[in-house]
Design a protein around this ligand. Sequence first.
Ligand SMILES: Cc1cc2nc3c(=O)[nH]c(=O)nc-3n(C[C@H](O)[C@H](O)[C@H](O)COP(=O)(O)OP(=O)(O)OC[C@H]3O[C@@H](n4cnc5c(N)ncnc54)[C@H](O)[C@@H]3O)c2cc1C
Ligand code: SF4
Length: 518
Amino acid sequence: MRNLVVILGDQLDANASALVDFDPAQDALWMAEVDEESTHVISAKQRSTVFLSAMRHFAAELRSRGWPLTYIELDAPDNSGTLAGELDKAILQCKPQQLVMTAPGEWRVLQAICALAAKHAVALDLRDDTHFFSTVGDFAAYARGRKQLRLEFFYRELRQKTGLLMEGGKPLGGQWNFDADNRGSFGKQGPVALPSRAYFEPDPITQAVIELVNQRYAHHPGSLDSFGWPVTRAQALQALADFVAHRLPMFGLYQDAMWEGEVWLYHSHLSSALNLKLLNPREVVAAAVAALQQGLAPLPAVEGFIRQILGWREYVRGIYWSHMPGYASRNAFEKHEPLPEFYWTGDTGMACLRDAIQQTLQHGYAHHIQRLMVTGLYALLLGVEPAQVHQWYLGVYVDAVEWVELPNTLGMSQFADGGLMASKPYIASGKYIDRMSNHCKGCRYNPAHSTGERACPFTTLYWDYLITHADTLAKNPRMLMQLKNASRLTADERAAISGQAAALRQTGAAGVVATNNA
Ligand SMILES: Cc1cc2nc3c(=O)[nH]c(=O)nc-3n(C[C@H](O)[C@H](O)[C@H](O)COP(=O)(O)OP(=O)(O)OC[C@H]3O[C@@H](n4cnc5c(N)ncnc54)[C@H](O)[C@@H]3O)c2cc1C
Ligand code: SF4
């Protein structure tokens, strides 16, 4: 055999770099489902099902081309449970001249594959992942010599390089970003006539995976009753078209808004399809640009959407690869509180957290602001150990793969890299959640109170965070306004806030008042 081409569960793209010169006469393909990928962090049922079902559908597509493929199923009797264990057997059996693969998205997996190739003294042809607009090397060149990395400048460079939303060398509409237009809430009346999600009825392949996951990972979090994610390229393209037609026009305005019980809002729900490589970011961005050109979506919505994909998605990947493996263990503020138990159940009296966690467990999905300013913010303010927060995010979302999850969690949401990725900690009191949602209306707590029985835990912990970290944060000009407000607190108020925050930490962080009735 000439090449044994290794395809991982998040490399489901027939145009991947590993396949460009595939020759069925002298090469073979190899894929494996292994326990390790659902257990090295506890993977929620929705997440495991998306991966396994999409892999099986992709394998069927490869087979239909007549390409030779070895595919190891999760419940194969001699499945060793690890990628390295299975690939080890395949190398011994096939004796390929070389292993070929598109570079893995995860540092752990890259190490395992390199070690295996070295063990068997077999050549390893690792190819750049051409799915992305930029390469890992591009980001390293951008980052070289910069003390601070900021999304905005990286994003502008990519806009210029790709010509996306550019006109005569200048940003279309005269502005690089329209963030100010993209912070709307639904107001008192709430969202009107929300479009429904693009739902894909499980076919027999997905149904078999659902059965397997329900039986094998019965004790893993979440449920599969509502499973409807795209698991084929055709479905992913349908999901993209559905988003562009029904939700993109309002995406910008309501990008940050939340509403009790409303899961899907105006977001794209394309992250899992993108991360599995069922969709290419170029076609996603092109579809948004086409909607703009046809007058179907306004510039602020289209720019807001493209910024997420061309900007944030590429930026976090660059951060990941230029700072691993050390990045995963960063804990700049030395935080060591345990993750509250209710993150696994949603059983808390805090309405905003209950809603975000319950929908996460039910669908494997929450939108960005729920992740950043509800579940992430609470863990940050409480002082949870960043590694525990990271494991939770990596386990519960259908789109969770480490290269994108880790910088978002550790850098953006927990500020645990000390400011490498974000210019300041994303902190706010319960009043922010009140402004952006209707959660507080039905909550037992009051976002305006920082102490007392009805004090909102977010608000208590927000002031406590500012008091505790005042010296460190004072070096950051972007924190001065918030610190100035904190400095107005009297000594008695400070003592009361610190006391209430300490009690929250001691009692398992409001889990003690757990109930589903506000
Ligand atoms: C703590 C935390 C953890 C996160 N973990 C993940 C993760 O594991 N996987 C993941 O894909 N995204 C992650 N994100 C980013 C973001 O929340 C999700 O991409 C988004 O919510 C997915 O929903 P959507 O497809 O409806 O996105 P939309 O709101 O419709 O955005 C469009 C697309 O832009 C991309 N995007 C948006 N924001 C980001 C971002 N901050 N970083 C990278 N890409 C982005 C995604 O591909 C997304 O599909 C995380 C964010 C936070 C704060
Ligand atoms: S009052 Fe506080 S805990 Fe309750 S919903 Fe509002 S922000 Fe969340």
